[in-house]
Design a protein around this ligand. Structure first.
Ligand code: NAD
Length: 369
């Protein structure tokens, strides 16, 4: 059985990080018969240079037809002045929109070897493993009206509209409950029901969805501001957190920083299951950007990109053992003191992008033997 993967390395350090994933894919095909069929396209500034668009229609069609999309990063000063609708980020936004990727999964995992790099005390974060499920296509970022009006008296009025329909809350909470079942079986839903109508509905619908289909999962509710406090006070109390687009944007960044460098953070965005195959459209990408300051130097940390591929193995291809092994390979390499510059610490060995990728692959092979 073949699995189609569409690779969009993008700009800056995107291609450098993606090259390390390609090594792992090649190994899995050759040694483990994984059956990945890959195609590569252009997105962001590189697509603009080639096609005058942030992603071509041809590449969009390939992304729509693939089992999963692996995305690097887009952007950079070279494209700062291109027209707004073809700016590099427009490629990513188009992918999210057309693939209807409504569920954004942001794990915050603290590798024991990096516990000292956190801004929190090591004992608070060591072994941390939480997953934030953020609603990605609704809420205040998209709700209408969205306007700035001149009131004519020297004042202006800005309006953003927070809108959620029942089905949007049902489907995102369904994803969170399903994922919790594969983890510690706990979900904490966060909203602001004390001051927002959308919070009242969010709370009701999550509660009803839980009662109807997922009562085996332990469900808690927390006000989102209290949730933010708890994330930095005692983050290990959480397993899966489900929240809306705005709160998810902030809370996932807070949780991310508990674990150290941007170069370590993977993400996944999932769509609805296909009516026939049951497969979800999916895009996997590191949280970091194209890092123009270090692009082309061979020093970027490829771990976020490799860990995004581990999420792809887990969520798109149900290759759970391989995903576990790849994540363990990352942890083992860190335990051995191998580090890229961004996570370098005293007494460790500093390596470049390619050496880090090789070390993780060697460890993955050893664990697969
Ligand atoms: P950035 O994430 O690219 O970089 C922030 C800092 O973190 C930089 O100092 C960078 O060197 C460092 N860094 C990031 N990833 C790293 C890695 N893997 N290894 C080592 N160090 C790493 O964010 P930025 O500087 O704000 O943005 C740069 C460009 O990326 C901009 O054009 C921005 O629009 C774009 N961007 C794209 C995405 C995306 O593609 N999803 C996300 C964020 C920013």
């Amino acid at each position: 059985m073949s699995h189609s993967l569409f690779l969009l390395p993008g700009d800056g350090i995107g291609p450098e990080a993606m090259a390390e994933v390609v090594k792992i894919i090649d190994h899995m095909n050759e040694a483990l018969g994984a059956g990945f069929v890959t195609e590569q396209g252009l997105v962001g500034g590189s697509a603009y240079d080639a096609h005058g668009a942030a992603i071509s229609e041809d590449d969009m069609a390939k992304a729509m037809n693939a089992d999963a999309v692996l995305f690097g990063a887009v952007g950079g000063p070279k494209w700062d002045a291109v027209p707004y609708d073809v700016r590099p980020e427009a490629g990513l936004l188009r992918l999210r929109k057309d693939l209807e990727l409504f569920a954004n999964l942001r794990p915050a995992i603290c590798y024991p070897a990096l516990a000292n790099a956190s801004s929190l005390k090591p004992e608070l974060v060591e072994g941390l493993d939480i997953l934030i499920v953020r609603e990605l296509t609704g809420g205040v970022y998209f709700g209408e009206p969205k306007t700035i009006t001149d009131l004519g008296n020297g004042q202006k009025r800005a309006i953003d509209t927070q809108v959620y329909d029942t089905y949007e809350i049902e489907r995102i909470s369904g994803v969170a409950f399903e994922l919790a079942r594969t983890r510690k079986n706990r979900v904490c839903s966060m909203e602001k029901r004390n001051v927002m109508k959308s919070g009242v509905l969010w709370n009701q619908v999550v509660t009803e969805t839980h009662k109807a289909k997922f009562s085996d999962v332990v469900l808690d509710h927390m006000l989102a501001d209290a949730g933010g406090m708890q994330l930095v006070r005692a983050p290990k109390q959480f397993d899966v957190i489900v929240t809306d687009n705005l709160f998810g944007d902030m809370l996932s960044d807070v949780a991310a920083m508990l674990t150290g460098s941007l170069g370590m953070l993977p993400s996944a965005s999932l769509g609805a299951p296909d009516g026939k195959t049951g497969k979800r459209k999916a895009l996997y990408e590191p949280v970091h950007g194209s890092a123009p300051d270090i692009a082309g130097k061979g020093i970027a940390n490829p771990i976020a990109m490799i860990a995004s591929f581990a999420m792809c193995l887990r969520y798109s291809f149900n290759k759970v053992e391989e995903a576990d092994r790849l994540e363990k390979a990352i942890a083992n390499v860190l335990d051995k003191g191998i580090r890229t510059g961004d996570i370098m610490a005293e007494g460790c060995t500093q390596v470049g992008t390619s050496e880090m990728g090789d070390a993780i692959l060697a460890e993955f092979k050893a664990l697969s033997a």
